[in-house]
Design a protein around this ligand. Structure first.
Ligand SMILES: Nc1ncnc2c1ncn2[C@@H]1O[C@H](COP(=O)(O)OP(=O)(O)OP(=O)(O)O)[C@@H](O)[C@H]1O
Length: 628
């Protein structure tokens, strides 16, 4: 097989990735500006999550930096005293106070390190939790159509992966504060010895910092460019590892081809990983070499100062210590800044996801007046196209639905029935035209107000991973009505399902938990119908509610839906291919390629002798074929 298994190989990077790539490739100074911005974001998150711990951590880090700096100055002073002129015992005695300071600083630093560890241990998980809360808070409010956009769902995946980097960044902020103070202290010490030595100290560190930053930018750009491939790897990986795919993968003997595809994509990613690692390695080596030259220059300056008499010999030891300490402090601070910069790129990605999720929230200016209700529901010139698609899934549809009516949507596969049903209930908003509920466009109704009045039974219902009882009660958690619960169980045929479970309605319906159970497709569908009935909403939309049901259960469900529609003044929309079941519907709406092509009662449509009559006869003939 020459073609790649999943499809087009030359996949485009999503639009958000292109934007971020530009950020990652921006100039070095633009990049340097990002570190304080990232630190500010993390501190803001920390402050919102736990203000007291944030303040305590800040104090600890600043004190820690100051103590380190004092220790360094005291060390320098010990050297000055020891290397000064005079008899050794006197020099030793003179150095004692500074020695005591060094020891004190070391002990204090140890204590502060312990405190800092403790405060980070509390703060970092809180920051992570806050960040996740912000993202998930935005995601649950994002409009359904956002999840039809693969670029957005890829961004969500990336944001989920960014969390460990945020944790790492949060850890780094405090260290960076203390580290920066240490660098300042070392530079000041060197500067006190001789003003020329202060810039010289930094000379050794800058090339390493530059190389390191470039390396990270390289890694991030590659990470963004590989987004689509990583997604493909995830898709093939889950086909290999997930329970839902296991049966078909084996039955179609696709194990080897899947594994080969997985290995091929993994090899691409590994090759890219090796390329980036190699280039980062070259950069690091180059940076180190340049830093070596910088350090050599530093010592050359020191030598020259000594030679020219600009520096007394007694201070040379102090200068060397300050230079060594500064070099070490700068390197660790640069490493911390690098990690923060790296975290910053992922935090940007994370924030982008939050921003996009917020942008994809449905903005509604609610209409004034009484709460809109689904009676009548009027569709005028409604069209809808899925994101990135070339054709409308629903095109120029006019339709009116009234309370007490049962409307059946029929048509061949892909004709737009499910999409139209989602437009009727306001899960999707039309791209053109209007859907009005009691005269108010669905665009002007708060989605929660809309959906609160809808009971939806989908073709492939969500298998809620919770107890069987809660799988039904989640239809309306605020309702506590045992009679309604029993009635829903009875009408949907779900009672038999629950009776057959080891712990009855308390059985958890998910194999991901211990003693959890799974159900058959038809049993799940009965649960979904029970959930829809228990919701007790004025608009009931059932999309193929009986596709997996046996004949008896199917009959029961349709009878229940009819009774409910007629008895309680509901609007009921049935999407189905089982035409025999909807003969008594008040109206049958026939769809073809996104348009309504016929509309009327069963009798009227049979008389018209169009698409419906053809489909009906075809289905009927399958049952009336003489037995051989
Ligand atoms: N999530 C989606 N993204 C892009 N296109 C979609 C999506 N869902 C459906 N479509 C396309 O929109 C059109 C209408 O699909 P829809 O699911 O509404 O049809 P349907 O009549 O309910 O089909 P079926 O009888 O098979 O359930 C089809 O051409 C389908 O390929």
């Amino acid at each position: 097989m020459g073609e790649p298994l999943i499809g087009a190989e030359d996949v485009e990077a999503p639009a958000w990735a292109l934007g971020m790539q530009a950020t990652a490739e921006a100039g070095l100074f633009a990049v340097l500006r990002q570190v304080p911005r990232t630190a500010a974001t993390l501190v803001r998150w920390a402050w919102r999550a736990a203000p007291r711990w944030t303040a305590a951590t800040a104090v600890i880090q600043v004190v820690s930096g100051v103590v380190t700096a004092s220790g360094l100055l005291a060390t320098a002073s010990v050297f000055s005293e020891l290397l000064s002129e005079g008899p050794t015992p006197e020099r030793l005695v003179a150095a004692l106070p500074s020695l005591a300071l060094v020891a004190g600083a070391l002990v204090l630093r140890g204590g502060l390190d312990a405190l800092s560890g403790a405060s980070s241990a509390v703060l970092v998980p809180l920051v992570e939790q806050h960040a996740q809360g912000e993202l998930y808070g935005a995601l649950v409010r994002a409009d359904l159509v956002a999840f039809e956009d693969p670029d957005f769902t890829a961004l969500i995946e990336q944001a989920d992966h960014a969390l460990p980097r945020i944790r790492q960044g949060a850890l780094m902020v405090g260290d960076l504060v203390a580290g920066t103070i240490s660098v300042l202290a070392a530079t000041v010490t060197a500067g006190i010895v001789h003003p020329l030595l202060a810039p010289v100290v930094l000379l050794a560190a800058l090339p390493q910092a530059w190389a390191s930053l470039r390396g990270i930018r390289l890694m991030f750009a590659s990470h963004l460019a590989m987004t689509s491939r990583m997604r493909r790897l995830g898709v093939t990986g889950s086909l290999i590892s997930e329970r839902s795919a296991a049966a078909e993968v084996r039955a179609f003997t696709t194990q080897d081809v899947l594994l080969a595809e997985h290995e091929r994509i993994a090899a691409d990613l590994a090759a890219e990983g090796v390329r980036v690692a190699h280039r980062r390695n070259v950069l690091t080596t180059f940076g180190r070499a340049l830093s070596g030259v910088g350090a050599a220059l530093g010592y050359l300056v020191l030598g020259l100062l000594l030679y020219l008499g600009g520096l007394p010999l007694a201070l040379a030891g102090t200068a060397v210590i300050a230079m060594r300490t500064a070099a070490t402090a700068v390197v660790s601070t640069v490493t911390e800044a690098n990690l923060l910069f790296e975290a910053g790129l992922f935090i940007d990605l994370y924030r982008e996801c939050v921003v996009q999720a917020r942008r994809r929230r449905r903005t509604v200016v609610p209409a004034t007046g009484a709460t809109p209700v689904p009676d009548p529901i009027e569709l005028r010139g409604v069209s809808f196209r899925y994101p990135d698609q070339e054709h409308d899934a629903v095109h120029d549809v006019d339709l009116v639905l009234r309370r007490g009516e049962t409307i059946a949507l029929v048509g061949e596969n892909g004709s737009g029935k499910s999409t139209l049903a989602k437009l009727v209930v306001g899960l999707f908003l039309p791209d053109a035209g209007e859907v009005r509920w009691s005269g108010v466009p669905t665009t002007a109704i708060d989605p929660r107000v809309l959906h609160d009045q809808v009971a939806l039974v989908l073709q492939e219902p969500l298998r809620w991973p919770m107890t069987a009882a809660n799988n039904i009660r989640i239809g309306r958690l605020t309702r506590d009505d045992e009679d309604a619960y029993d009635d829903a169980l009875h009408r949907s045929g779900a009672r038999d399902v629950l009776l057959g479970l080891p712990q009855g309605e308390a059985t958890v319906l998910s194999r991901e938990f211990q003693r959890g159970r799974d159900l058959s497709g038809g049993q799940w569908q009965r649960i979904a119908v029970a959930r829809g009935l228990y919701r007790d909403a004025p608009l009931v939309v059932a999309d193929e509610p009986t596709a997996a049901l046996d004949a008896r259960a199917e009959h029961g469900v349709f009878t229940a839906l009819h009774e409910l529609a007629a008895g309680r003044d509901r609007v009921t929309v049935l999407v189905t291919h089982r035409l025999a079941n909807i003969r008594s519907a008040d109206r049958i709406v026939v769809m073809d390629r996104g348009r309504i092509v016929e509309e009327g009662t069963h009798e009227a449509l049979m008389e018209t002798d169009g698409l419906y009559a053809e489909l009906f006869r075809l289905q009927g003939s399958a049952y009336s074929e003489p037995s051989r």
